[in-house]
Design a protein around this ligand. Structure first.
Ligand SMILES: Nc1ncnc2c1ncn2[C@@H]1O[C@H](COP(=O)(O)OP(=O)(O)OP(=O)(O)O)[C@@H](O)[C@H]1O
Ligand SMILES: [Mg+2]
Length: 502
């Protein structure tokens, strides 16, 4: 890395308010050529907003931006691209119904439209993928690709536009472990080519793994910029939360809370090719963890139990009674709730108020005993907002204006509010900050302690090991192992079981 060169990007004294709400306060941030600079902070701290200013999506109120030492005004996304600033992942910018090649060369520039559908576009896309050392068929529609390849397509798109700076906003939130490894290797190659990378993440292990420096924002102010060689994880966490944080991932034995009563009994459940003859039992008070690789059938299993996917065989019994669950509505009526993995697509109406989103599944309950009053909706919403520490300027604000992590809290709060007998959660802590994560895990325990049953999917094994009483390992749509928590000595053991080696 040249030490005398100007930073690829430098932001000085950036200020930004939304209405009366100051979101960025005098923030300095820079990233050098060939550097990975991690950006961390609680949900709502201002990370995405700072990067959206760099991309021309939002305008700063004050401050300066320099690209390779020269001051620039980034008035819109077009100007950002011209300055060599590439895309973000927290919200995808791809058009699913177009092909990979079309997306890679799709820009706002009308002159480039000529390229689309051209075999030349396909060829150039192939060339970029070759340079990235990844394999994607440019003629495929984006919607037919797994999420991991959407990201690679976004990176290719940025490189096609000659980006010198790439902004990655929680790129691994939806990736399986081996896919994340692929991304890290790609980041190394991009660094070696002199690309500067801003890496937003809530995962400490990743930050240490790939970043050179870290900047922490708290409540819109910069509270730390350090080389990762000279800072401990404890110091980073303290900067993020502003106080000493305790370790929350220890396993607590809950065997005294689990009863003999079987609440859910699934026998030989099949749904399409991805779920075959799955049998399981969940007891009252129990937390059952589901482990497995991407595509192992974890999401398909909870979707089948929630009536999203139609089972093609097998039986589901709740409290001993056999049920046909053919829709989510029916599942909810029978006391089953699912907090889905793709929360932004399935869980929220982004244009509606936080209050409406929080109380949507509760409308019947709130209506009971008379008219549905706005007062009741507001009171219930405020209760959930308080419980989850959701950062919203006011309860009636659009959900779409909340930070990514706070949107996730809204979905979780919404489903917990329904008071289900059986709560299923698919990756509930992806994208939420460290403090909130331990709050969610503690809440999962409390829910089970109160006599409910929980089924939890998580790709973060320390988290799964911390709360699960039993873990089912799925592989290729089948249960490959059922392990009591005390049969699992450590994370490596579970990792091997998931890979199918143990
Ligand atoms: N378009 C908008 N209108 C109003 N407020 C907004 C808008 N975009 C962001 N905010 C507010 O700015 C603050 C910072 O949000 P931002 O998205 O930058 O947080 P973040 O650090 O990226 O959090 P997360 O980790 O949850 O993604 C939040 O309080 C959010 O509600
Ligand atoms: Mg964000």
């Amino acid at each position: 890395m040249p030490t005398n060169a100007a930073p690829a990007i430098e932001m000085r004294g950036i200020e930004k308010s939304f209405g009366a709400n100051p979101v960025l306060k005098n923030v300095d941030f820079s990233v050098s050529v060939g550097e990975v600079h991690a950006l961390a902070g609680e949900n709502g701290a201002g990370k995405s907003t700072l990067m959206k200013i760099l991309q021309g999506i939002y305008q700063k109120d004050a401050g300066a931006i320099l690209v390779s030492g020269a001051p620039v005004e980034i008035a819109d996304t077009f100007a950002a691209r011209k300055a060599g600033i590439g895309m973000v992942f927290q919200e995808f910018s791809l058009i699913p119904t177009l092909t990979v090649a079309e997306n890679v060369f799709l820009t706002n520039e009308p002159t480039k439209w000529g390229l689309i559908n051209d075999s030349k576009a396909v060829e150039q896309a192939l060339e970029i993928f070759r340079e990235m050392e990844v394999q994607i068929d440019p003629t495929r529609k984006v919607e037919s690709l797994p999420t991991a390849l959407w990201q690679l397509t976004e990176i290719a798109k940025a490189l096609a536009q000659d980006a010198k700076v790439l902004i990655m906003d929680e790129p691994t939130a939806s990736l399986a472990k081996h896919e994340a490894e692929g991304l890290f290797a790609l980041i190394e190659r991009l660094k070696a080519k002199g690309i500067a990378i801003v890496y937003i993440s809530h995962r400490m292990d990743e930050i240490y793994r790939i970043a050179d420096r870290i900047t922490v924002l708290r409540d819109g102010a910069r509270v730390m910029t350090e080389s990762l060689k000279s800072v401990t994880p404890e110091q980073i966490v303290e900067a993020i939360v502003g106080r000493k944080a305790a370790a929350h991932l220890e396993h607590k034995d809950r065997s005294d809370k689990i009863t003999d009563e079987v609440v859910l009994e699934v026998t030989d459940l099949s749904a399409g090719p991805k779920l075959q003859n799955v049998s399981l039992k969940v007891h009252r008070g129990e937390i059952l963890g589901l482990a497995g690789l991407m595509g192992s059938g974890r999401t398909e299993l909870v979707n089948a139990l929630f009536g999203v996917d139609k089972p093609t065989g097998g039986t589901i019994k709740i409290n001993g009674k056999q049920l046909q669950i053919s829709s989510p509505k029916q599942a909810i009526k029978n006391g089953i709730a699912l907090i889905p993995e793709d929360r932004r697509a399935q869980g929220l109406v982004l244009d509606h108020a936080v209050t409406e989103n929080l109380t949507l599944p509760l409308l019947d309950e709130l209506r009971a005993g008379g008219l549905l009053s706005n007062k009741k909706i507001l009171a219930k919403s405020q209760e959930i907002i308080g419980q989850f520490n959701i950062k919203a300027a006011y309860p009636g604000i659009r959900v779409g204006s909340l930070s990514g992590g706070n949107q996730q809290k809204v979905v979780i709060g919404k489903w917990l509010g329904t008071n289900p007998e059986i709560l299923m959660m698919d990756e509930p802590t992806a994208g939420v900050d460290i403090g909130t994560k331990s709050e969610i895990l503690e809440l999962v325990r409390e829910i089970a302690d109160s006599g409910k049953s929980v089924i939890l999917i998580s790709s973060e094994l320390p988290e799964l090991l911390s709360v699960s009483d039993r873990i089912l390992v799925l592989k290729d749509g089948r249960v490959s192992k059922s392990l009591n928590r005390d049969e699992i000595p450590n994370e490596e053991f579970l990792q091997l079981a998931i890979q199918g080696a143990a």
